[in-house]
Design a protein around this ligand. Structure first.
Ligand code: TYM
Length: 333
């Protein structure tokens, strides 16, 4: 009998560039999972419009993000990588699940609170119900595992609650998924304000490293990273800047904090920052080379979109049909 592989699902918002946070918190961890599981990944472009997007820029950003995700090592022979807006089941299931999610639950989502404070002029209903769409994304594919950074943990917990509620009200319908959150890299912080997470929407470009930053830019950004006055490379409470740089160095080299402390014993922050910058730049170089090849081939990308949307829809449709029957809708034969 053929072994049924467990399924992994994760998505990324294609709004601008990906940061080192997206890479170490999520994308890098997608790659090895491809050998063991059936992996479904996507660009969450429906989520993207909860914040106002310029249409031409959105189109470009989706193309670039898709190409960059491929360049990071997603293999379309093994995995599915599609555009969320091309599989209408996401919007369909999100509506149904909206009716099984409480206003109070959504009000407690910290990302909603943060984003509505940040975009006070556009606190739209989509921003509020965003976690329900994310639950639909995951439950549609009956995912066993969801690789994410720490900031998405609360949304995953809500997803589990919605799934369990629906399963209890009707009968087992959805797989209840588990998060996969990396030990290091789950929360890469801003290089300028190391108590805040690194974010591509930060207006200060020195606060984040983009996967497309060239070597000089990467090294300059790390040189300017905020640290402390102790001048000793060690992991400790209150040393947010150094802790963050040690986390990044550990993700890029595989070294433990102890090994890093030993390596930089007696050395200053200048040497350490340069070493972090160099190893990150070396990590990004092969990704950028691959990206530059892929992004020029629009016909290839468009063919990938079509093929992968079809593959994703085949899985998603099954779940929506099952849900519609359970809810009591009449389905034409
Ligand atoms: P998004 O687009 O903000 O981020 C994509 C992935 O990157 C992780 N991440 C980070 N990890 C570590 N440090 C950081 N500074 C950092 N910043 C971002 C995120 O945790 C995420 O894993 N709502 C999601 C997208 C989404 C999704 C889904 C994810 C939509 N549907 C279904 C999983 C399953 C989001 O906005 O991620």
């Amino acid at each position: 009998m053929e072994e049924v592989k467990k399924r992994v699902l994760s998505m990324l918002q294609p709004t601008g560039t990906f940061t080192l946070g997206n890479y170490f918190g999520a994308i890098k961890n997608f790659i090895p999972l491809q050998d063991e599981y059936e992996c479904v990944y996507a660009m969450a472009d429906l989520h993207a419009i909860t914040v106002r997007q310029e249409p031409a820029a959105l189109r470009q950003n989706v193309m670039k993000s898709y190409a960059l995700t491929l360049a990071c090592g997603i293999d379309l022979e093994k995995s599915i990588l599609f555009l969320q807006s091309q599989v209408h089941e996401h919007a369909e299931l999100a509506w149904i699940l909206n009716c099984y999610t409480q206003f109070g639950e959504l009000s407690r989502m910290t990302q909603f609170k943060d984003k509505s404070a940040k975009h006070a002029d556009n606190v739209n209903a989509g921003l509020f119900t965003y976690p329900v769409l994310m639950a639909a994304d995951i439950l549609l594919y009956q995912a066993d595992y969801v690789p994410i950074g720490a900031d998405q943990k609360q949304h995953l917990e809500l997803t589990r609650n919605i799934a369990e509620r629906f399963n209890t009200l009707y009968s087992p319908t959805f797989k209840v998924p588990d998060p996969l959150i990396p030990k290091t890299g789950a929360r890469i912080m801003s290089l300028q304000e190391p108590t805040k997470k690194m974010s591509k929407s930060d207006p200060n470009v020195n606060s984040f490293v983009s996967l497309l930053d060239d070597t000089d830019t990467v090294i300059r950004k790390f040189k300017r990273a905020v640290t402390d006055s102790e001048a000793c490379v060690r992991f400790a409470e209150g040393k947010d800047g150094i802790n963050n740089l040690m986390g990044i160095y550990s993700c890029a080299t595989g070294k433990t904090y102890e090994e890093i402390e030993k390596e930089f014993e007696g050395k200053g922050y200048g040497d350490f920052k340069l070493a972090v910058g160099e190893v990150v730049a070396d990590t990004l170089k092969p990704i950028q080379e691959k990206y530059n090849q892929i992004i020029t081939d629009k016909a290839y990308l468009e063919a990938c979109f079509a093929d992968n949307a079809m593959k994703a829809e085949r899985i998603a449709r099954k779940t929506v049909s099952k849900v519609m029957k359970k809810v009591g809708y009449i389905i034409n034969k």
